[in-house]
Design a protein around this ligand. Sequence first.
Ligand code: NAP
Length: 412
Amino acid sequence: MTPVSGSHFSIFDANFLKFSYRFTQKTNFTDKEALYPHQNLSYLLQFFTSSNLFRSNQLEEQKLSQSYQVAILGATGAVGTELISLLEERNFPVANLKLLSSPRSAGKTLSFRGEPVTVEAVGDRSFDGVDLVLASAGGSVSKAWAKAIVEAGAVMVDNSSAFRMDPHVPLIIPEINPEAAHDHQGIIANPNCTTILMAIAVWPLHTIQPVRRILAATYQSASGAGALAMEEVKAQAQAILNDEAVPTEYFPYPLAFNVFPHNSPLDDQGYCQEEMKMVNETHKIFGDSSLKIKATCIRVPVLRAHSEAVTLEFDAPFDLGAARQALQQAPGVKFVEDWEQNYFPMPLDASGQDDVLVGRIRHDISNPCGLELWLSGDQIRKGAALNTVQIAELLAERELLRTSSRETVGTR
Ligand SMILES: NC(=O)c1ccc[n+]([C@@H]2O[C@H](COP(=O)([O-])OP(=O)(O)OC[C@H]3O[C@@H](n4cnc5c(N)ncnc54)[C@H](OP(=O)(O)O)[C@@H]3O)[C@@H](O)[C@H]2O)c1
């Protein structure tokens, strides 16, 4: 393979990690496989031949010379600004970047690759010639513009919940179900942040021994409700310390020095939308609607990064060593455990990190087939913007974006 640089390094790097991960997951060979080592070899060859690592050099060189017209819808928000940073940081092949918002932020200037880009109010001609739209402006905005985006020939990777459960829309975590990208019809949905963080930690265990039931409790930060909600919590803390009236524009109650159940609408069973997203989206991503899942979602006065306490139930006891090894090797996971120091994942440590921090693995003392874990993950990065950019990289790598308006890298 020729040395790779720039944007494609991250793509190949991710492939290699995925390959290594899948192979290491296969270390729990069955007795039959252990008896017939050539079958392990054929497994290895199968991954090598299906891996993009071994595509022709010519194709890779051709892809390196191409880039895409990209638009971010919701560019000024918590997720939007992170998308801009990640496109730059991961050197995604952007020929031109268009930043779109509501009229409120039109004219504002943001920076991309050290150059100013003026934010435009989204309008009828916004998607002309655009290849890829990364949408993070909320469900109603995504619904309002999806048709125009697809008709303009662009692929939309959407952060909102608008299309996640649409059977024609793939719902993707690249570490788990990248193949679903091939079924896209113009829209790909990014899962809910709490779902992504939980799925990234559970999937490596599920591939060793199928999980039958997941019980989750979340501890969700203020920024999960947007950039302005995070500012509101800071203002609330200041107001409480100053003994002043506490502002509650973005949250129904003061969140500073407080905790309350997630404020999304409740259903007849008493579950809020956020909780049911974790159930329904995990079913779709894992491709298994028989998996029993329940969640309790709680907002906590943390500025950034969500945490989750997750209890897993299996058909048989899960070996703790095997669980730790699987999580240490899993892509997208950083294993964090120091039992002597009582040091485990924390949102402060997870903030700004790509990996989901997972640790405090222990058996459930109330269930011999139960396993417990604790995680913290930056929900603006892996829970939203990073996963979106990883989907974009997947689309570029597998040539699932249109080619008509590609330009040579460096022409922006
Ligand atoms: N925050 C998270 O942790 C997180 C995680 C996962 C998924 N998400 C999802 O990502 C989406 C964005 O969330 P966020 O937290 O980034 O929200 P946010 O900070 O409130 O940002 C919202 C963005 O949407 C733009 N916008 C609002 N109304 C618009 C309109 N009518 N037309 C065009 N643009 C409009 C805003 O532009 P203005 O500056 O002009 O108002 C802003 O750029 C939501 O669907 C959310 O559920 C968020």
